[in-house]
Design a protein around this ligand. Structure first.
Ligand code: SF4
Ligand code: ZN
Ligand code: ZN
Length: 317
């Protein structure tokens, strides 16, 4: 049996990119160090800041919440009820169970109660893949909840696999607007809190191991709306490259942040400076009304659509 690189106890995980195996305790130590390094190197958080964690009930968001609490940050959770059938019901239960177990605050917003639509209905009404309306709703509602709740920072559970997959997609299209904003920290601006991704140095295998070792139950099912999400294909392609050459994913993403992102700073400022405030809600937008307000208008006017009738395969993202 393979042994932990640090203490020689039986290993529970092999990490080819570190060329080593680790026992449970030392895997946790490695994860903590990677998160502390990300927080420090990218200046994500200051001591005493109030953090709102975007909690989906999946492994990454519960892991990041757990780690921030462990590091001593004052971190509340926010769960959005997306209305994706049983998947959403169960995901909410995992988030609530975690909050109850730790005795921490979990805020909740139900899309249908608060805004008159859910993700399957929004997909049907906009004729686009569900992830499009879902992502837009999440970004807007986490921003506005942080502003209303007086939080300094919104933290999300995006991990290295997520960020490398998004980077690959943006690069394949040479989408300079998105590339310019693909940072582990987005500064506060326009009345909105800073946004941080403390898990960018950890893979999803590592965050899953964190949850397993820490005894955190999480939603293991894939979202039924995920079919057609192009990032799944990008992740598979990167995993193929990683297998042949461990460390490829980390160098692809982290070297982009170090070497390329600074070159895009001027473009990033130009994009941000060109934004107006939405005439209805005040959110930044390129037009007069923001995409979220337009989504609410279209989706809330549509009859509710059950999750089974919506396929993630159709339409554009
Ligand atoms: Fe939303 Fe798409 Fe994620 Fe499902 S897979 S939760 S629809 S972004
Ligand atoms: Zn060990
Ligand atoms: Zn708006």
């Amino acid at each position: 049996m393979s042994k932990c690189r640090v203490c020689r106890a039986p290993a529970v995980i092999d990490l080819p990119r570190h060329n080593a195996n680790f026992c449970g305790d030392h895997l946790l130590q490695l994860c903590r160090r990677q998160v502390e390094k990300a927080i420090k190197d990218f200046r994500m958080l200051e001591p005493g800041e109030r953090v709102l964690v975007a909690v989906s009930g999946g492994k990454d968001s519960l892991a990041v919440w757990d780690m921030l609490l462990e590091l001593g940050y004052q971190a509340d959770g926010l769960y959005l009820g997306l209305g994706i059938g049983e998947y959403s019901d169960e995901s909410g239960d995992y988030a609530r169970a975690f909050a109850a177990d730790r005795g921490v605050a979990l805020r909740e917003i139900d899309l249908r109660d608060a805004h008159g639509y859910d993700v399957p209905t929004a997909a049907k009404a906009t004729r686009r893949v569900p992830c499009s309306a879902c992502g837009l709703s999440k970004r807007h509602l986490f921003d506005s909840a942080a502003r209303e709740g007086g939080y300094d920072v919104v933290a999300t559970g995006h991990n290295l696999d997520d960020e490398a997959a998004v980077l690959l997609g943006n690069t394949l299209r040479w989408d300079v607007d998105y590339l310019a904003r693909q940072l582990p920290v987005l500064p506060a601006g326009g009345g909105f809190a800073r946004k941080v991704k403390p898990l960018v140095r950890l893979t999803e295998r590592e965050t899953a191991a964190w949850c397993l070792i820490r005894g955190i139950d999480y939603q293991v099912e894939e979202c039924p709306m995920a079919a057609g999400n192009r990032h799944l294909g990008y992740k598979a392609a990167l995993n193929g490259l990683e297998q042949g050459s461990p460390g490829t994913k980390a160098s692809f993403y982290l070297n982009f942040i170090e070497n390329m992102a600074p070159l895009l700073a001027a473009h990033r400022s130009a994009v941000v400076d060109g934004l107006n405030s939405c005439e209805r809600c005040g959110a930044p937008t390129t037009g007069e009304t923001c995409a979220f307000c337009r989504l609410v208008e279209t989706a809330s006017a549509h009859d509710p659509v059950p999750v089974e009738l919506v396929s993630g395969k159709r339409g554009r993202r």
